[in-house]
Design a binder for this molecule. Structure first.
Ligand SMILES: *[C@@H]1O[C@H](CO)[C@@H](O)[C@H](O)[C@H]1NC(C)=O
Ligand SMILES: *[C@@H]1O[C@H](CO)[C@@H](O)[C@H](O)[C@H]1NC(C)=O
Ligand SMILES: *[C@@H]1O[C@H](CO)[C@@H](O)[C@H](O)[C@H]1NC(C)=O
Length: 461
């Protein structure tokens, strides 16, 4: 498939062009057939719809009904990265992947999608978000999602566990299960202040109204409201516009469902969750870090933000990971007694290679507790802590934590699945999705080993 792209763009001959189209069509039709196997583990690599960018441009679109493995399966990992038309990985220094998230939803059968501009014009009742198990009331409903750290963050779900999807018994009558992908990519080529663009600083975007034409609070200096789809970050004067097409290449690994697989539930925590104060899981998704005024003198320039929430089920943690933005220095989820459930730290790039971009978070450390060793009790109050360096101010940062939990058998029928009606053109949902976005919390994991084999071969075969 990648060679098809290359040929097509070199525009050699009409013949190649039509051959390419034909191959592409075949490829798309047969993608399910070209699954690679490895001890029952199946791997499929997909490309998102095309993302067209120029210097300083922002793309933050929602792609509905994306390609995804079919059938009743257990997801074992979900990874992604941005590639160009030749299939080459793209540096965060050129395109900052603010976030990607994959959300499962149920769509009423027989409804023709009305997708415009990457957004969706469904009637509310035609779509039901089939989100994760919690904890936020709105938004952060994704199953999978990460940001700049996507290349070096494991999303592997250890055996014998799996994330169950495609169970026909769970799909409401008259609906079918589908997947949506939201990709937020910021082109920083030629930017006056690349890091400022990635932090969505409003002055660089010359934005005073949000995506829905509502005036922004003058105190809002940066974040998702300023870097929405088709906004433009400030670039150096006199640049000649260079457009290019990118894709999110996403790799899903799974096994067919069987009784030997133990299902895990996905929980996402947000350090901005207001539950502690309001009793409502209002997750604000992003926050700002003020520059420390005293820190330099005392060598303590850490902004430490915490929130506490009550956990709805009892179970064992089998995986954990945090999501932070540049400036992040670590995050942890604590039990009620103060014990650490999981501590996750950012990995910063050190150079100019793809996957090692200096100043960017290129990975997050993950936790794989020994099975049964990290238990959470139903109703236990957990505390999430997210630390950032406050040597500099930061806008639009995030503090998410993602865990996979095996529910204890005594409560195995506890209904924790979150169903939220989709209100697509509605602002709150949109914001939530962005947010999540990033965050994405990450999920899912993945073994980088054999990535090139698994990846390019299966897509090109
Ligand atoms: C910023 O936006 C205002 C109003 O939309 C516009 O008049 C002005 O030219 C913009 N400035 C820059 C530098 O793009
Ligand atoms: C701050 O840290 C630096 C090096 O990390 C050290 O040289 C300096 O003495 C410290 N200052 C204080 C006030 O602790
Ligand atoms: C966060 O910072 C606080 C204060 O400096 C420190 O006590 C705590 O251990 C840090 N937590 C993590 C997860 O790094």
């Amino acid at each position: 498939m990648f060679s098809v792209f290359i040929n097509r763009h070199r525009g050699s001959t009409m013949f190649v062009f039509f051959l390419a189209i034909a191959l592409l069509a075949t490829c798309v039709q047969n993608s399910e057939a070209r699954v690679t196997f490895e001890n029952g583990l199946k791997t499929m690599v997909y490309l998102s719809p095309k993302i067209t960018q120029h210097q300083g441009s922002v793309s933050n679109k929602y792609y509905y009904d994306i390609e995804f493995p079919k059938g009743h399966i257990a997801i074992k990992s979900f990874n992604a990265e941005v590639v160009d038309e030749a299939g080459n990985p793209v540096s965060l220094q050129e395109t900052y992947l603010h976030h990607w998230v994959a959300v499962r939803y149920y769509q009423r059968t027989g409804i023709k999608e009305n997708i415009y501009n990457g957004n969706l014009g469904f009637h509310r009742s035609d779509v039901i978000i089939a989100g994760n198990a919690g904890i936020c009331s709105h938004g952060l409903t994704q199953f999978f999602g990460l940001g700049s750290e996507t290349r070096k963050t494991s999303t592997r779900v250890p055996d014998p566990y799996g994330i169950e999807v495609g169970n026909p018994l769970e799909v409401p009558f008259g609906y079918e299960e589908k997947w949506m992908l939201n990709i937020h990519a910021i082109d920083t080529r030629g930017a006056v202040d690349p890091m400022g663009c990635t932090e969505c600083r409003c002055n660089l975007y010359n934005v005073t109204i949000d995506e829905y034409d509502r005036p922004l609070d003058p105190n809002y200096v940066g974040g998702l409201y300023c870097c929405y789809d088709e906004t433009q970050c400030k670039v150096k004067d006199g640049l000649e516009s260079v457009k290019r097409n990118l894709y999110l290449k996403y790799t899903v690994k799974w096994v067919d469902w069987s009784d030997s697989i133990v299902p895990v539930k996905i929980f996402i925590f947000d350090v901005t969750d207001t539950w502690q104060n309001t009793g409502i899981h209002d997750c604000l998704i992003e926050y700002d870090v003020e520059q420390s005024t005293t820190g330099i003198a005392t060598n303590d320039s850490t902004s430490s933000r915490r929130t506490s929430v009550r956990f709805p089920i009892s179970g064992d943690v089998v995986y954990g990971v945090a999501h932070q933005h540049s400036g992040g220095i670590g995050s942890a989820l604590y039990r009620e007694d103060g014990g650490v459930i999981c501590s996750s730290k950012p990995i910063y790039g050190k150079g100019n290679d793809v996957g090692d971009e200096a100043g960017y978070i290129v990975g997050m450390s993950t936790c794989y507790p020994k099975p049964g060793s990290v238990k959470i009790a139903q109703g236990e109050t957990l505390t999430l802590e997210s630390n950032y360096s406050s040597e500099k101010s930061h806008t639009g940062v995030m503090g998410l934590f993602y865990i996979l939990v095996v529910e204890s058998s005594s409560e195995s029928n506890y209904p924790v699945q979150v169903y939220e009606e989709l209100k697509v053109p509605i602002f709150s949902w949109g914001l939530a999705v962005f947010g999540l976005a990033i965050c994405a919390a990450v999920l899912v994991a993945y073994h980088r080993r054999k990535r090139s084999e698994d990846g390019y071969l299966s897509i090109a075969a």
